[in-house]
Ligand binder design. Structure first.
Ligand code: SF4
Ligand code: SF4
Ligand code: SF4
Length: 361
């Protein structure tokens, strides 16, 4: 904090900022837009979650229909977004051979789009699009209003737990990119197990075993007690995006010269980042949710920047993310790399024995 020695002076500065927002200078519109970021994020998250619920419903119709011999139903390719491990294998194969995965091409397209989005706009996928992130936020908000009994994990334990997701991520990267040969990957991609992976995923949700249900309920309960439990400690996908986002030129920057040290930014950060102490938020945990920017009472104190210099409008974050996702989707459609090349008969054959299929060894 610089130059604001007492609460009276601090209050005066806040009042001055509010006045500016009400009628002077250029700040009113900007401030209004900033304040609406959390609602806008709800809207984007809700729409995307709804989209994925519809994809799930359509896929379940396809699954039951095709097993009963109805080959005229549509299989929504976006369902492959639920198969991140298979998509990562598809990416490994694509990087090694230049051949696009023909079994789950949409999965490969989605994972590439998400990786590029992490490079351009940090983990914005987590904050703005991921349905699990949306669920996590809903639990968090529900807890805030109903339970009011969030557990604060001690810093040492917090760091230890956070390392779990990075360990899981390192394990998958090691196995997929270093341990498996290209031939192993090819065998996996063309295996019945991989072809029926979407059906297996559906059964995982619809026909849950008791231990799986217990683990899932435990994660939901823990998420109610500890902010973002799954995303913060366990999700290897988020960890991967975090590591990639380290190279992103986008960051939230704090102008220490005008900061009044109210700490609102740090309180509102879903990942408990101490924004009020940083000049630029470059941690791999930042999801570019912009909660901090939205809550800051001082105009132009927290801003979104590219390469630490060029200031961007806050809306650039979701727009950039949506532009990347849309570009990859359109490119895949135009070049015929969106729909699976597996024919309905093969899907029907492997879906009907999906329960018995195991990993190729
Ligand atoms: S951490 Fe994982 S589950 Fe959470 S929002 Fe990101 S990708 Fe989704
Ligand atoms: S630092 Fe700001 S943008 Fe990053 S996660 Fe925290 S609140 Fe969101
Ligand atoms: S919200 Fe954070 S950055 Fe903004 S004035 Fe308060 S402490 Fe400073």
């Amino acid at each position: 904090m610089r130059g604001y020695g007492s609460f009276a002076v601090r209050d005066a500065v806040i009042q001055k900022e509010k006045k500016r927002e009400r009628g002077f200078g250029v700040s009113f519109k900007g401030a209004k837009l900033r304040k609406s970021i959390p609602s806008l994020r709800w809207l984007v998250q809700a729409l995307y979650t709804l989209f994925y619920v519809l994809v799930g419903v359509e896929f379940s119709y396809f699954y039951t229909g095709i097993i009963e011999g109805n080959f005229h139903l549509y299989r929504p390719p976006a369902v492959e977004g639920f198969l991140p491990i298979g998509s990562l294998l598809g990416l490994r194969h694509f990087l090694a051979t230049g051949t696009y995965d023909s079994v789950h091409p949409a999965g490969l397209t989605i994972i590439m789009a998400v990786i590029v989005s992490a490079l351009l706009s940090r983990k914005s996928f987590c904050a703005w699009i991921c349905p699990v992130g949306c669920l996590s936020r809903m639990i968090e908000q529900g807890n805030k209003r109903l339970l009011k009994n969030r557990i604060t994990v001690p810093p040492l334990l917090d760091h230890l737990l956070m390392s779990v997701k990075y360990a899981l991520c390192a394990f998958f990267i090691y196995v997929i990119f270093f341990k498996m040969s290209v031939k192993d990957v090819e065998m996996f991609l063309s295996s019945p197990y991989n072809i029926a992976a979407d059906a297996k995923m559906l059964m995982f949700f619809l026909d849950m075993s008791r231990p799986t249900l217990i683990v899932l309920l435990a994660i939901v309960a823990l998420s109610a007690l500890v902010k973002n439990f799954w995303c913060r400690y366990l999700c290897p996908y988020g960890a991967l995006l975090g590591v990639i986002s380290f190279f992103s030129p986008l960051s939230v920057k704090r102008d220490a010269g005008v900061c009044i040290d109210c700490r609102s930014c740090s309180r509102e950060c879903p990942y408990q980042i101490r924004v009020h102490q940083k000049s630029s938020v470059r941690t791999v945990e930042c999801t570019a949710c912009l909660n901090c920017v939205s809550t800051c009472p001082v105009d132009d104190c927290l801003t979104v920047n590219y390469f630490g210099k060029k200031r961007l409008k806050e809306l650039t974050v979701p727009l950039l993310l949506l532009a990347v996702i849309l570009s990859f989707y359109l490119a895949a459609r135009v070049t015929n790399h969106w729909e699976s090349r597996v024919d309905s008969g093969t899907f029907a054959r492997f879906y009907s024995i999906a329960e018995t299929l195991d990993h190729p060894r």
